[in-house]
Design a protein around this ligand. Structure first.
Ligand SMILES: Cc1cc2nc3c(=O)[nH]c(=O)nc-3n(C[C@H](O)[C@H](O)[C@H](O)COP(=O)(O)O)c2cc1C
Length: 188
């Protein structure tokens, strides 16, 4: 199996998760990891599985990630990402990933997603704290500051271990699909 990990990371959080995913991949596989900004489409021949990583920016991923996703044909694709404020329930986290997954071509197979929190730049906190008590204070500023502080230590060791587990399970999932496709092919 040929597996490529591609990530977009502005401040390093998503790169940490990308490294954890890459390290968890089976050593029997041909593996590659690269920053999306160093990515050339002519290098794209014949990869079976892509892990595509992004940081959440205004509830979606960057245009570079979305464009690249839309060009990944006839392969398995798993998404991973980091965000400052992890939605409180699993359905919220899934819907963030689903927003990005709609860019996956229909001839490729979407294999699921992994999201965890990632620390935000202190300037974001300062900017938000400065709005306290002003007309812009919509009553949610304290809630945001709490979420900011909780994100400070992420991704942590538990997040990276969970990312590794996600990578191993995704590879198994693709192998199972490949076996089923093979059986269907023989039966037809
Ligand atoms: C301009 C900007 C917009 C952001 N928008 C969101 C957002 O909508 N939701 C969220 O949870 N986090 C948001 N974040 C926080 C980042 O997604 C988070 O810190 C992420 O871990 C950064 O990843 P990186 O270190 O790989 O760049 C935003 C950060 C920036 C700088």
């Amino acid at each position: 199996m040929r597996i490529k990990v591609v990530y977009d990371s502005k401040t390093g959080n998503t790169k940490k998760v990308a490294d954890a995913i890459y390290s968890a991949l089976p050593i029997s596989a041909e593996r590659d990891i690269l920053d999306i900004h160093d990515y050339r489409s002519e290098e794209d021949d014949g990869w079976d599985l892509y892990f595509v990583g992004f940081w959440i920016r205004r509830s979606s991923a960057s245009v570079e990630v979305l464009q690249r996703l839309s060009q990944l044909h006839h392969c398995g694709i798993a998404l991973f990402g980091t965000c400052g404020i992890l939605p409180v329930d699993a359905s919220g986290a899934i819907s963030l990933a689903e927003t990005v997954s709609v860019w996956i071509p229909e001839d490729s197979r979407y294999l699921g997603s992994f999201l965890c929190r990632g620390r935000m730049d202190i300037s974001v906190r300062n900017c938000c704290a400065a709005k306290r008590g002003t007309p812009e204070d919509d009553g949610r500023i304290d809630q945001f500051l709490r979420a900011f502080d909780e994100a400070m230590l992420h991704p942590d060791a538990a997040d990276l271990a969970a990312a590794g587990e996600f990578a191993r399970n995704t590879v198994k999932k693709l192998q199972t699909f490949a076996q089923e496709d093979e059986q269907d092919h023989i039966a037809s």
